[in-house]
Structure formats: C-alpha cells, structure tokens
Design a protein around this ligand. Structure first.
Ligand SMILES: C[S@@+](CC[C@H](N)C(=O)[O-])C[C@H]1O[C@@H](n2cnc3c(N)ncnc32)[C@H](O)[C@@H]1O
Length: 345
C-alpha cells in the first residue's frame, strides 16, 4: 500500500462529536487500528460514517477495507467484501453477500483481537482476483503420479465402509436426477461406484493423464478433462447435472478461489441436485515437490468444517449434512476427513 490520506484529527472529532462518548471511544480505537494496520488507506466521511479504502485497489467500493458507522446505540463496523473474509469467531452479521458487519456496543466487550484480524484480512483482500480471468492451474499436476495414484486408490472403497454408506445414500438421492459428475475424479473410483448403483455417472478431472487412466480402468464410462472452476468448456450448461461428488479435489483450489469454484458447481447443478464434498480437515496448506519418487508441484489445502460450511452457504447451497471421520490408517493419508452434503434449492 502506498501512503494513504487520513482526515485531520479535528475533522474526525467534529464528525464524531454528536455521538455518545462510549461510541466515540470505540470509533477512535478502530480508527487508530486502521491507521496502524493500513497506513496506505484513504479515509473519507462517506455514507454517514468513516470509510476506508485502498485507492491502489480501486475506489471506496471495490478497494473498500471497512466502514465505521455510528448508530444510536452501537458502532457498526461494516465490510463490503465481508463475505470473502475468514471469520473464525463468527462475528460477522448480515446475510447479504456484501456488506457484512460487526455490532460493537461497549468498549470493554469489543473482541479487539478478532477485530484486528478481520481488518487485517480485509486490507489484504485483492479485488483484482474477485472476477479476474482464472489463473490457470497446473493441469499436469497429477500427470506424473497418475499410475501410482490409481494403483493405491482405485480400489480404496473396499476398505472404506463409511464412504460406501455415504455414497449409497447419495446414489439413492441423485439416481433419478440426471447425470452425476465425479468431479476431480482421479482414476474414477467414485464414478464407478455410483455407476454400479444405477447412477448415470461420469468423471471430470483436470489432469489429462488421470482422464486417460480413468477411461482405461472404467470402460463404458465417460471421462472428460475439465476445470471445476469453469465447467462451461465441457460444455456444462446451467442446471444440467443432478449431482456432483467431489472427493478431495476442492483441496487443490486455493482458499481464496473456493467460493468462486463452488458457485460454478451451484450453476451446473439442477434445483434439487446434490453436492457431496470430501476434504481433509485442518487449516494448513501442504506443498509437495516430490511424491512417490516423482517430481510434482502440488498444494493441498486443508479446511475446517465451519470454514467450508461458510463457503458452501456463500455459494448459495443449503447444507444437508456435515460429517467427520477419523482416517482409515494404512488405507489413506492420516488426516481427519470432512464431508459436506449440500443441495441447490
Ligand atoms: C486427491 S485427487 C482425488 C481423486 C479422487 N477423487 C479420489 O478421491 O481419489 C485430486 C484430483 O483432483 C484433480 N483436480 C485438481 N484440481 C482440479 C480442478 N480444478 N478441476 C478438476 N479436477 C481437479 C486432480 O487432477 C486429481 O486427480
């Protein structure tokens, strides 16, 4: 951030003068926080509050960091891009995608640490990524290890009763809803399992080698190369699919791109359709340069259940079930597993 422009103390004090002292104290503390966390911000009196944006990232809306509004009995700290913020303490209110806010009533009870984190995260947002052309992922990411992956995981469901039960229930729900995609299918074991249960299943994967392998291992089933972040090229029209089972593919979408990818899945699902998502639980990003002796470059993003639930809701889905299980040792990587079953209403 380049050095920004803050109003003079006199201007701010004149603006705040009409409000109760307790609320002024909160507003001034927030303002101090903004000045120290976002020295490049531009401060304006706008829409009846103190508004902060980073002019290098756009105007008061696009480059918005936050706004301090003084209401009768509380200070409202609003974030225009609030839906994109991680909010582990669930402070943000408002069910609109934009302009989420925190209500601050008394200075002593403000969760200052969490507020600091929200402001810091809002200042770090990069609006150019919101609707910029998608940065190409590495389609060849899994190519070098496709064979090894298939060898290890193609028959994994034999050893995963929890997953089989869940997929059985999923199959029963989507069977009559039209095509169902195993998205990020790898060798296609999920598509095959669903197909064996009467589902019109097919697979999509980013890696051409995985797609070739899935075709070889599952003759008679359809597999296509595609990117879950934009399925129009497949082509996949709006409301086209009855279900999507995406097992451990969302883990390769960078955190800041997850809502956008889920919006794409929402677009292609028909009303009443189901999304079943599986992922590793955690908050880390694991990078691999080497896997089974082969050179790769892969990032694995772990998510908390709450975080993923929030992303899924932001994309417009209704959540049906949230499940967690311990790893099947010796069958799979030893991470806690999360499953979310959501529907498009
Ligand atoms: C961990 S593997 C999971 C494969 C399989 N679903 C399973 O459960 O074993 C992740 C798969 O997601 C695919 N993938 C990664 N990013 C993707 C994207 N943007 N769109 C579609 N597939 C993707 C990878 O190529 C890889 O085959």
């Amino acid at each position: 951030m380049k050095k920004g422009e803050f109003l003079s103390t006199g201007e701010v004090e004149r603006f705040l003068a009409h409000f109760p002292l307790g609320l002024q104290d909160i507003a001034l503390e927030l303002r101090n926080m903004l000045a120290s966390l976002c020295p490049g911000a531009t401060e304006r009196i706008l829409w009846g509050g103190l508004s902060y944006h980073d002019s290098a990232k756009g105007g008061p809306i696009r480059g918005a960091i936050c706004q301090i509004e003084l209401c009768d009995d509380h200070v409202r700290l609003s974030f225009i891009h609030g839906a994109r913020l991680k909010d582990p303490k669930a402070l943000l209110e408002g069910d609109r995608k934009s302009k989420r806010y925190v209500r601050l009533i008394s200075y002593e009870e403000v969760p200052w640490e969490a507020i600091t984190e929200l402001i810091r995260a809002a200042a770090d947002l990069d609006p150019s990524t919101f609707d910029a052309p998608l940065k190409p992922l590495r389609p060849r990411g899994y190519d070098p290890i496709a064979e090894e992956y298939a060898e290890k995981y193609f028959n994994e469901l034999d050893h995963k009763p929890f997953d089989r039960l869940l997929l059985d229930r999923f199959a029963a729900r989507v069977r009559d809803l039209g095509p169902v995609c195993d998205l990020g299918c790898g060798p296609g074991q999920i598509a095959r399992y669903l197909h064996e249960r009467g589902v019109d299943a097919f697979g999509v994967d980013l890696s051409p080698e995985m797609v070739a392998l899935a075709r070889r291992l599952n003759p008679g089933l359809r597999f296509e190369q595609g990117d879950m972040r934009d399925l129009r090229a497949l082509p996949a029209g709006d409301n086209a699919w009855g279900g999507i089972a995406a097992f451990y593919s969302i883990i390769h979408i960078p955190r800041q791109g997850v809502v956008r990818a889920l919006c794409e899945l929402w677009r292609v699902l028909r009303p009443g359709g189901s999304l079943l998502l599986a992922f590793h639980i955690g908050d880390e990003v694991v990078h691999l340069d080497e896997w089974w002796g082969k050179r790769v470059s892969l990032d694995f993003t772990f998510f908390s259940l709450e975080e993923m639930e929030d992303y899924i809701r932001q994309a417009g889905f209704d959540i049906l079930e949230v499940l967690e299980r311990a790893p099947y040792e010796s069958v799979e990587h030893s991470s806690q597993r999360g499953y979310i079953w959501a529907t498009k209403s």
